[in-house]
Design a protein around this ligand. Structure first.
Ligand SMILES: [Zn+2]
Ligand SMILES: [Zn+2]
Length: 160
């Protein structure tokens, strides 16, 4: 890595990825003491790309959980569709006490479902606004703009 004048010509030895740290994110061994309180959040160039990969994996893991959630909801909807094909005439053949049990069961299921969906909706709204906040932060980084310009230039070069 290149030597920077604002580090008294000392070599940059790593990055600080602690979100709460007010110091410069690049550090040389002169700046190192100012990051010593959060030494586990210091990383080198190679480790930084590992950290970014970890961010991708963590998001993919959550994405997988959400997909599993969708599959579970699909099964639930299919079950309801199954019952939806019944009509009252068919139900009367079951006898009154069976119908009574069935309706009781359904109303309990309905209550459960309402509670669950209320919670889910709140979490989903929170997730969406958090994710959008993170995306905004990523896009507001000057590096993102530079990256975009670099990638666009590379595309132009490779297509010519
Ligand atoms: Zn320094
Ligand atoms: Zn720091």
């Amino acid at each position: 890595m290149q030597i920077r004048s604002d580090h008294q010509n000392q070599q940059i030895i790593g990055f600080c990825i602690d979100g709460a740290c007010p110091n410069q994110k690049l550090f040389c061994h002169l700046c190192l003491p100012s990051h010593i309180q959060h030494i586990s959040k210091l990383t080198s160039e190679e480790l930084l790309s590992g950290w970014i990969k970890e961010r991708i994996l963590a998001a993919q893991d959550i994405q997988k959980n959400i997909q599993e959630c969708k599959i579970a909801l699909d099964r639930l909807i299919n079950l309801f569709f199954l019952y939806n094909n019944f009509n009252i005439q068919q139900l009367t053949e079951l006898g009154l006490s069976k119908i009574d049990q069935l309706i009781k069961g359904f109303s309990q299921i309905g209550d459960c479902e309402e509670k669950l969906f209320k919670q889910l909706k709140q979490s989903i709204e929170q997730t969406k606004s958090f994710v959008n906040e993170i995306i905004k932060k990523i896009k507001n980084q000057q590096v993102y703009l530079i990256f975009n310009i670099m990638i666009t230039k590379l595309r132009i070069i490779s297509t010519n």
